[in-house]
Design a protein around this ligand. Structure first.
Ligand code: HEC
Length: 108
């Protein structure tokens, strides 16, 4: 009986270690969405960043990723499903998409 109780507590503790909350999950997904992390281009907090600057035909040009923590859900969704976007194709599930949207909007 004692052994059973001990085993019960061990399994309970192990399960507690596996626990990951919604915010931590979304944060991980943002930096590692089965592809290049969103943070690499849109910065850690989704406020946008300069990706590269270069000279083209003698003119200084800049490629930047816009802020994504201040747009509607519809626009967010459309951007991630736009085949003409510069961004990599992610094939996110609806749940992943919702998590990312909530995450960047909590980073204002
Ligand atoms: C290689 C750099 C790069 C990566 C990685 C990247 N983006 Fe982007 N993103 C861009 C650029 C550049 C634009 C603007 C031009 C375009 O859409 O092609 C953009 C546009 C967007 C927009 C539209 C913004 C608007 O104002 O309409 C959203 C939303 C977005 N990205 C979300 C994400 C999310 C979420 C991820 C990760 C799953 C991600 N991006 C990864 C470069 C990137």
């Amino acid at each position: 009986m004692k052994l059973l109780l001990i085993l019960f507590f061990i399994s309970f503790t192990l399960r507690a270690d596996d626990f990951i909350n919604k915010t931590d999950y979304a944060k991980l997904l943002y930096s590692n969405p089965r592809g290049i992390g969103c943070d690499k281009c849109h910065a850690k907090n989704g406020k946008g960043d300069i990706i590269a600057s270069y000279v083209q035909k003698g003119k200084q040009k800049m490629l930047s990723a816009p802020a994504i923590n201040n747009i509607s859900k519809a626009r967010f969704f459309a951007a991630l499903n736009n085949p003409k976007s510069v961004m990599p194709r992610y094939s996110l599930t609806m749940e992943e998409f919702e998590s990312l949207y909530e995450y960047v909007n909590s980073q204002k």
